[in-house]
Design a protein around this ligand. Structure first.
Ligand code: SF4
Ligand code: SF4
Length: 375
């Protein structure tokens, strides 16, 4: 086991910048931990932790200087890989009356993501399958994803809305990263366990100042890995595929819809949701047009608009679509759950609707409610 001092994060950020990466990671802004450009160690949210509950998020000052002492904030890495708004293509009228196309956006920078939680690594893997491994490859996503350097951070203190253990995505990452870190902090000790997960990670590791862990350090790290899974704030009650597929007419959808504001927060903060809409934006002279892709949500009425109107016209139908897609039909479509257990949809739901509680309620009472034509 190799360890390094927390201050060595300064070297890691500098080396990645020197290698041409745009380094992004967690920083504190406007009362939240968000992802943004990092210039150095001082941009990391040292000494800050976060509290999570249904519709509840607060930062607090810790009594230590942990660099990664928070869980996750409202941002996910999808804002870099699948940005909320992007121009896919520009079409320009030539002087001879013909048309030419131009790329919508400049070539993306090569990015290094610092502080990727194990559930977030899993979410990136899910979006890779959605955007890159289907019959049509999304070139814009592929260009941003290629060459990303991933620095994962294992979770020592899962949050009040976390349930990655239930989803098999955390709290420790075993693959899918270039460098993996575990922050160990306690009486008289503060260090980072560091491991390489790729050739690029190995190459970076040799440039960092690190050493073999002592027995005490090794034991402290092992304790974190063993204890963290026991402290999830939430549990997803089993595989929901069959339960949800057989409960399309369950009264719970309408009951929850009475609280749901159809605000779409849950889909916007979700690291795997990928629905988008396209807009054509012509200029007034008719000489140029842009095709823009914007995040959309199954909670928006227009999202299911087909000839004659939206086919999910009620909030209950939209809520059911979201939950059944995430946890049931996503398996059929992409071979896995669409949920990684990050808990953001619970934390950032303004009325505190809890995906784990919803599944538990439907599971407990689903028998005999299957079938029907849809809400
Ligand atoms: S559905 Fe909720 S808990 Fe699951 S990945 Fe999305 S935001 Fe996270
Ligand atoms: S479940 Fe919550 S976050 Fe999602 S649309 Fe309804 S009110 Fe908004």
């Amino acid at each position: 086991m190799r360890v390094m001092a927390p201050e060595e994060m300064e070297s890691l950020i500098r080396l990645l910048s020197d290698d041409g990466y745009e380094v992004v990671g967690p920083t504190r802004r406007e009362g939240a931990i968000v992802y943004d450009r990092l210039q150095g160690l001082n941009d990391l949210p040292a000494g800050w932790g976060d509290e999570h509950g249904p519709g509840h998020y607060r930062l607090h000052q810790r009594d230590d200087q942990a660099l990664f002492g928070y869980v996750v904030g409202p941002h996910s890495w999808k804002k870099y890989l699948f940005p909320p708004r992007e121009t896919l293509v520009r079409v320009l009228r030539r002087e001879d009356g013909g048309f030419e196309t131009q790329p919508g956006e400049p070539a993306p920078p090569r990015r290094a993501f610092i502080g990727v939680r194990p559930c977030e690594l899993a979410a990136i893997g899910i979006q890779d399958r959605v955007f890159l491994e289907q019959s049509v490859r999304d070139r814009a996503y592929g260009a941003r994803r290629e060459g990303v350097f991933l620095v994962a951070v294992n979770c020592a203190e899962p949050g009040g809305t976390c349930f990655c253990t239930s989803m098999g995505t955390g709290p420790r990452a075993h693959a899918g990263f270039d460098l993996g870190l575990t922050e160990v902090i306690g009486v008289g000790m503060h260090f980072l366990v560091i491991e390489a997960g790729s050739e690029a990670g190995e190459a970076m590791l040799v440039r960092l100042d690190h050493r073999d862990a002592s027995e005490a350090e090794r034991a402290a790290a092992e304790r974190i890995w063993q204890e963290a899974p026991k402290h999830m704030g939430r549990t997803m009650p089993g595989d929901a595929r069959e339960v949800l597929a057989g409960a399309l007419e369950h009264p719970r959808w309408a009951q929850t819809a009475e609280r749901c504001l159809s605000c779409a927060n849950c889909t916007l903060v979700c690291p795997t949701c990928f629905c988008a809409q396209m807009e054509e934006l012509p200029d007034l002279e008719g000489n140029a047009s842009e095709r823009v892709r914007l995040w959309d949500s199954c909670f928006n009425g227009e999202h299911s608009y087909m000839i004659g109107g939206p086919h999910r016209s009620t909030v209950a139908a939209r809520y059911r679509q979201w939950l059944t897609h995430k946890l049931s039909t996503w398996h059929t479509q992409f071979g896995s759950s669409g949920c990684v257990g990050c808990g953001r949809c619970i934390t950032w739901c303004p009325v505190g609707i809890d995906i784990t509680e919803e599944v538990a309620a439907i599971r407990a009472t689903a028998q005999g409610k299957a079938g029907g034509q849809g809400t």
